[in-house]
Write a protein that binds this ligand. Structure first.
Ligand code: ADP
Length: 437
């Protein structure tokens, strides 16, 4: 009989019948049955008491040994106990392995709970951020990492991009913070020491800046002499050679000046000094320059200015970015093409777009267009006088203004390059004079 309840009930009936039969021998069948049932009840109470004592002991000892349905129950409990202690050991081993491996990590790892308090961190976080195991556990993360840029990053809740800051305990250490959400409102902060990378990057930037700067003086001298020679009466082959040299020297000059511009932009991801920029004036001038450049190609270039709101920013940088886009449109649009320049404002911010009906760009090239020296067609770009740095400059200028570049193009039909700026940079035209005052 496998059902313990049935077995117990059967035992009870058998005990009662046996008791009644024994009682019958003495002429008290009823008393015999009652005594047997009472004895059976006492036995159950004993088993129950042993089980209760074992459960309350709460240690690893084996459950009491017995036979029958209680014995089966105790055996089952023993099996469950063995299984759960095995699982506990496996879990403990897994936690220990996780703690050992995360302690060995070079990157700092910090777990922050849903109330923004520090829950756990590894040794590297200790070393990089100066967290103290005993006193800092359970404290709000923003009490320990107080840099306003970190607080803004933490509160924003959007962690697609990492944040770079100095270490709070050692200003020579440059750290990269990246937060990832998990569970229900918990966050994991990964802190990487990028001091070496930043130094290498700085060395690279310094080298490009110094090399470009050093190239500028000899180039100016060469261009100056070439101009003087070309003013003279010269035999035709020599004049042709010199004018080609002059064109190449001018190309080198624009390359050097673009490299210098890029190394200046590289220095920081934010503009240091923002001023009200008279976009109307700037775009009108760029429009005029583009018309002069496109004179031989018969382009129709239009400028639409749909908003009186203007922008805070760095005038030289914006001029360079906008003119790069406009001059590219002139270069990559065949004769009699149309180019449309447009400035407009909507709730998402200010936008400047340059559309052309030129050669267009294959979609596979678009993600790489803003890389330095990336060209769709090497021979066409060089022939058109491009340096290969124009769109890299545009991208950097936009990043420094908190903006974005979007490119929409169809081969053979044309392209639209749009610059999008955040609404906080927009100002009303009148406030320019106020700011100036
Ligand atoms: P470049 O000096 O070679 O023009 P850019 O960085 O300005 O360098 O542009 C990168 C590449 O993007 C160019 O070589 C060209 O192939 C492509 N490009 C840029 N603007 C346009 C445009 N308006 N139409 C078609 N292709 C373009």
């Amino acid at each position: 009989m496998h059902n313990p309840r049935q077995t117990l009930f059967f035992n009870l009936i058998v005990s009662a019948i046996a008791g009644a039969l024994i009682g019958l021998l003495f002429g008290f069948a009823g008393w015999g049955a009652a005594l047997a049932v009472f004895g059976w009840g006492l036995l159950q109470i004993r088993h129950f008491t042993r089980l209760d004592e074992w459960v309350h002991r709460g240690d690893d000892s084996q459950p009491p040994e017995t036979t029958g349905p209680w014995g089966e129950l105790f055996d089952q409990l023993a099996r469950l106990q063995r299984r759960s202690s095995q699982r506990e050991q496996d879990l403990l081993a897994a936690i220990q392995r996780f703690q050992q491996s995360s302690a060995a990590l070079q990157d700092g790892l910090v777990i922050i709970d849903r109330h923004n308090n520090l829950e756990w961190w590894n040794r590297a976080a200790d070393r990089l951020l100066g967290l103290k195991a005993a006193s800092d556990r359970g404290k709000p993360v923003m009490n320990l990492l107080r840099d306003p840029r970190f607080i803004r990053y933490f509160r924003r809740g959007q962690y697609d991009e990492p944040l770079e800051l100095q270490s709070p305990i050692d200003s020579d250490l440059r750290l990269q913070y990246q937060i990832t959400k998990f569970g229900e409102g918990d966050r994991m902060l990964v802190v990487r020491d990028i001091t070496r990378l930043v130094r290498l990057e700085q060395t690279r930037q310094d080298f490009v800046a110094n090399a470009s700067h050093e190239l500028r003086t000899p180039l100016t001298v060469i261009c100056g002499y070439l101009e003087t020679f070309l003013d003279q009466e010269l035999p035709r082959p020599l004049a042709r050679a010199l004018s080609q040299m002059q064109a190449q020297a001018r190309r080198m000059e624009s390359l050097v000046s673009d490299l210098l511009m890029l190394s200046r932009l590289d220095a920081s991801n934010h503009i240091a000094d923002e001023h009200p920029v008279n976009l109307h004036l700037m775009l009108t001038q760029i429009h005029r320059d583009a018309q002069a450049l496109a004179q031989d190609k018969g382009h129709e270039i239009t400028l639409e200015f749909d908003s009186e709101l203007e922008m805070l920013g760095q005038e030289l940088e914006l001029h360079s970015a906008f003119s790069n886009l406009v001059f590219n449109a002139v270069r990559y649009t065949p004769e009699e093409g149309h180019i449309r320049l447009r400035w407009w404002v909507d709730p998402s911010g200010g936008h400047f777009s340059v559309s052309d009906d030129g050669i267009g760009i294959d979609p596979i090239h678009i993600p790489r267009l803003t890389e330095r020296f990336y060209r769709v067609d090497e021979s066409r770009s060089s022939a058109s006088g491009g340096t290969g740095l124009g769109l890299a400059i545009v991208k950097h200028v936009l990043v420094r203004h908190g903006g974005k570049l979007s490119i929409d193009s169809t081969p053979g039909k044309g392209s639209t390059f749009s610059c999008h700026f955040p609404p906080e940079l927009l100002i009303s035209a009148g406030s320019q004079e106020q700011a100036a005052r």
